[in-house]
Design a protein around this ligand. Structure first.
Ligand SMILES: [Zn+2]
Length: 79
C-alpha cells in the first residue's frame, strides 16, 4: 500500500536549516583552531605551541603535551 506524499516526507529529503547549521559546524569548526588557554580564535600567523605541563614541572616536548595557544597567552597566562 502506498501512502500519500506529505510535507514531512518532503522535509525529510531536504536539508532543514538546523541540519545545514549542524553540517557547517561539523565541517567548519574543527578547522578553526582555538587557543587552548583563552578559547579565542587563532590566526595562522600568530600561533604558539604551549606545553600543557610546564617544562619546569617535568613536561616533555611530546605531541601529547603540546597545545595551540596565542603567543601572548603562552607567555603570560601561567600559574
Ligand atoms: Zn589565547
Amino acid at each position: 500500500m502506498k501512502t500519500r506524499a506529505n510535507t514531512s516526507e518532503i522535509q525529510g529529503k531536504n536539508f532543514s536549516r538546523e541540519t545545514k547549521a549542524a553540517a557547517f559546524i561539523r565541517d567548519a569548526l574543527p578547522k578553526v583552531q582555538r587557543c587552548k588557554i583563552c578559547g579565542g580564535y587563532l590566526h595562522n600567523h600568530s600561533i604558539s605551541i604551549d606545553h600543557k605541563t610546564r617544562k619546569a614541572d617535568g613536561g616533555l616536548g611530546s605531541l601529547d603535551n603540546a597545545q595551540l595557544t596565542h603567543p601572548y597567552c603562552n607567555t603570560t597566562f601561567k600559574n
